[in-house]
Design a protein around this ligand. Structure first.
Ligand SMILES: Nc1ncnc2c1ncn2[C@@H]1O[C@H](COP(=O)(O)OP(=O)(O)OP(=O)(O)O)[C@@H](O)[C@H]1O
Ligand SMILES: [Mg+2]
Length: 247
């Protein structure tokens, strides 16, 4: 054996998924999708609006069973497209939710969750309710909750879609730090191709629905990456062309 194979945390083989949209109509959402995420890597998934990205994450996380094909994945926690924080609970209690659900006492769950507030740049906001947080802060709380679920795989569905351009740039920085430190495998759905190139080790480009894998690209650019790096600019451009060609 010339190479030691890298263990895969998530593997989809020939996954087909049809969804029932109403009583008489079914649509094909995923069309023979094959992909894998190496343990500890960040895999970005990009594709046109409505092509099946969220569906793909749900399948990878075991929330949806494929119509055919196979999914082999380590346990995953998903951060949904909307932040879904409980409006009546404080930021700290929201972050601690997964730990509470796992059976920890409120104090223990809050203690563990509190460790993440300084790491994510939101120290001091523990006792604030979501309505009083900025969009970027809410996303950090939701992200902390996802990490604290303690699963080896985290699936992030457009985590920064609701943020303005500047908050997004800041958010990429804390996400990239947290992923680098965490040793988790991350599946990141984003419509922002530049974000995919800045954060991912591999980028999966999907076609319009039903989603097929158009390309799976390994990103061999040293981290941390800069937006102005010519390699980043070139890769972003070639992915945009792939997406354009697929439409
Ligand atoms: N719960 C559902 N039941 C039936 N059909 C659904 C459901 N959720 C999504 N769909 C359909 O599946 C297709 C893919 O949806 P999905 O949300 O996976 O796409 P997406 O790529 O995440 O879209 P977006 O870019 O808008 O987030 C769409 O045509 C949508 O109408
Ligand atoms: Mg989606």
């Amino acid at each position: 054996m010339p190479n030691t194979p890298v263990a895969s945390a998530v593997t989809l083989s020939d996954v087909v998924l049809t969804r029932r949209v109403n009583r008489s109509q079914q649509i094909e959402v995923l069309d023979s999708v094959t992909l894998s995420a190496a343990e500890g890597s960040t895999v970005a998934i990009v594709g046109p609006s409505g092509c099946g990205k969220s569906t793909l994450l749900e399948v990878a996380c075991g929330m949806l069973k494929p119509t055919s094909g196979t999914v082999t994945a380590q346990p995953a926690a998903m951060m949904a497209q909307r932040d879904l924080l409980l409006p009546w609970a404080t930021a700290l209690d929201n972050a601690a939710l997964a730990l509470r659900a796992a059976g920890l006492s409120r104090d223990d769950a809050r203690d563990q969750a509190a460790d993440w507030f300084p790491k994510l740049g939101i120290a001091g906001f523990e006792n604030v309710r979501p309505a009083q947080l900025s969009g970027g802060m809410r996303q950090r709380v939701a992200f902390a909750r996802t990490l604290l679920a303690g699963r080896p795989v985290i699936a992030l569905d457009e985590p920064f879609a609701a943020l303005d351009a500047l908050s997004r740039i800041e958010a990429r920085a804390w996400l990239s730090d947290a992923l680098a430190a965490g040793g988790r495998t991350a599946l990141l759905v984003t419509h922002d191709v530049e974000e995919a190139v800045l954060l991912a080790d591999r980028i999966i480009v999907l076609s319009p629905r039903p989603a097929k894998v158009v390309e799976s690209l390994s990103v061999e650019i040293a981290k941390p990456r800069r937006r102005s790096d010519p390699q980043v600019v070139a890769m972003r451009q070639s992915i945009l062309e792939l997406l354009g060609a697929g439409q």
